[in-house]
Design a protein around this ligand. Structure first.
Ligand code: TXA
Ligand code: MG
Length: 324
């Protein structure tokens, strides 16, 4: 039986139940501002194993550790000056920093997949209250079966992992709807490992530096989770469609109609007012809706490759990649 508690109606009960379940070494689905996370005590190897099992996730793929405040972060990682500047400006928020782990930090190597670095983030919203109350960092990937679309609502989590989970905290739809932006600072270089909910332009404005994109940052895949095929719906995905074939599901942007869309199985618009923020928040839910329509192909209309558009296009490209 999966218990679902609405944090907007019963915040105190939600906090108590979450801490109780986490204390037993069991994962809890928690709402963050980016996507729903599958959280467990980052210091407890049994608890972390259960995350990998529930998701069917490869164990070489490290988890992000979520902290409640700077004191907690400081216990686990060493900050360089640029990372500190970024954290001060953008935490709590959709930014994950890859930082050297302190020796004897207590974070179990299963969480970091044996790396000597840790992906760390201070989330916004109810999940932060849970971490504060629990008093320890929570390792949390997105709360979906590995390779599937990340959940932006408690309903998504329940539909995917419901039978396996003891507790889901429901705080309504995730505000941002895309996973965090992942950054690694090396010397005086800022490298983007994954575009996400924090606009890279905001990082460049703050630091006065150009953020190095994965293509320019080096050939190897730096964030082990960045496998090409990811966020995969059941349907095939077609990008930058200029027309729609009969029976396809169409997801478009900015109210721009496409030729043939009257014959589509379904037409959804990520943001009629052409807001990339709104489009990001709707993306995963719309992909699930289009997939559920039974159409064998989801066609995406063009999306501007600027600001959050970069992360939106990244996720659509992964959804379109050949399935391995
Ligand atoms: O917004 C988010 O980041 C959500 C919420 C729940 O916080 N979490 C999330 O986790 O997207 P996940 O597990 O789906 O993606 C984490 C990514 C993976 O690509 C992983 O390889 C990378 O972060 N990562 C974690 N630790 C790392 C490290 N030490 N070095 C490089 N990449 C790391
Ligand atoms: Mg994920």
């Amino acid at each position: 039986m999966t218990l679902i508690i609405d944090t907007r109606i019963e915040p105190e009960r939600a906090l108590a139940a979450a801490c109780d379940t986490l204390g037993q070494g069991l994962p809890v689905a928690i709402p963050t501002e980016t996507v729903y996370g599958l959280a467990a005590d980052a210091t407890n190897p049994d608890a972390i194993s259960r995350i990998y099992e529930m998701k069917g996730r490869p164990r070489f793929n490290p988890l992000i550790c979520h902290v409640a405040d700077f004191d907690m972060a400081m216990r686990y990682v060493e900050f360089d000056p640029i990372s500190q500047q970024l954290a001060r400006a953008f935490w709590p928020g959709p930014l994950t920093l890859i930082l050297p782990m302190k020796p004897d930090s207590g974070v179990h190597p299963l969480a970091s997949a044996g790396l000597d670095t840790l992906g760390i983030r201070m989330p916004e919203g109810f999940s932060r209250s849970v971490i504060k109350r629990f008093g320890k960092p929570l390792a949390a990937p997105s709360a979906n079966t590995s390779g599937k679309i990340s959940p932006t609502s408690a309903e998504h989590v329940a539909a995917d992992l419901g039978g396996k989970l003891a507790l889901i905290l429901d705080a309504g739809p995730a505000e941002i709807g895309l996973e965090s932006t992942i950054i690694k600072v090396e010397g005086d270089e800022i490298r983007l490992l994954r575009p996400g909910g924090l606009d890279v332009a905001d990082i460049e404005r703050l630091t006065g530096k150009t953020v190095l994109r994965p293509e320019t940052a080096g050939a190897a895949i730096e964030a082990p989770g960045m496998l090409a095929s990811h966020y995969a719906p059941g349907a095939a995905v077609r990008l930058n469609a200029t027309d729609v074939k009969p029976g396809e599901a169409l997801i478009r942007f900015g109210g721009a109609a496409l030729a043939g869309e009257e014959k589509a199985a379904l037409v959804l618009d990520l943001s009629l007012s052409a807001s990339l923020r709104e489009a990001a928040a709707n993306l995963f839910a719309y992909m699930k809706k289009a997939d559920a329509s039974g159409a064998s192909t989801i066609a995406f209309g063009p999306i501007p490759n600027e600001g959050l558009g970069e992360a939106i296009i990244d996720r659509i490209e992964r959804a379109a990649a050949p399935r391995g």
